[in-house]
Design a protein around this ligand. Structure first.
Ligand code: 5GP
Length: 185
């Protein structure tokens, strides 16, 4: 038996997941974030080993071949994966948070049925759509792809243990903290 509990958080791009997660992690210092590996380029401000492990596709595929991932998934030509060894080691120390997409969440559940899955919803579809359209650096086709992906992700919410709404960052973070306290304390 490991010491900690595993929590999986998902939510469509644009829902404010990273802001909510930062608030949750700032409030409960015992939570340990699982750092995923990815083949995408770092965005400005992202730090290797903190936000992600940024690796090449070749390295990622070698890691897959060695069976190093608890789960991995490819979307928008990028592969993301949760390193299994890291999660096990972190669970020995405390409660662990994974930020993964729905495919990843369901694969984690298969491997670790005791994991708690939490999905973050936007206040409304219109709010999310405006945010996704407002990210000015993309073509109409890319925006359409993003919107379709967001719709698909939101349709998966019924398979999660909990669904919370990010109407207001503090309230949403509090709801997640309550779930964590119920399961972990
Ligand atoms: P971004 O590229 O914006 O950081 O993340 C895009 C999506 O990839 C988000 O929905 C995020 O939850 C998901 N993601 C991040 N890390 C992992 C991972 O290790 N596995 C899976 N399956 N999805 C991930």
């Amino acid at each position: 038996m490991s010491k900690g509990k595993l929590f999986v958080i998902s939510g469509a791009s644009g829902v404010g997941k990273s802001t909510v997660l930062s608030r949750v992690m700032d409030t409960r210092k015992d939570l340990i974030f699982s750092v995923s590996a990815t083949t995408r380029e770092p965005r400005s401000g992202e730090v290797n080993g903190v936000n992600y492990y940024f690796v090449t596709r070749k390295v990622f595929e070698e890691m897959i071949a060695r069976g190093e991932f608890l789960e991995y998934d490819e979307h928008n030509d990028v592969i993301y994966g949760t390193p299994a060894g890291q999660v096990n080691e972190k669970l020995e120390r405390g409660n662990v948070i994974l930020d993964v997409d729905p495919n990843g969440a369901f694969n984690v559940r298969k491997a670790r049925p005791d994991a708690t899955l939490i999905f973050i919803m936007p206040p409304s579809w219109e709010v999310l759509e405006n945010r996704l359209r407002g990210r000015g650096d993309t073509t109409a086709e890319q925006i359409e792809k993003r919107l379709n992906r967001a719709k698909w992700e939101m349709d998966q919410r019924f398979q999660y243990d909990y669904v919370v709404t990010n109407d207001q960052v503090d309230t949403c973070a509090d709801e997640i903290l309550k779930i964590i306290a119920e399961k972990a304390d």
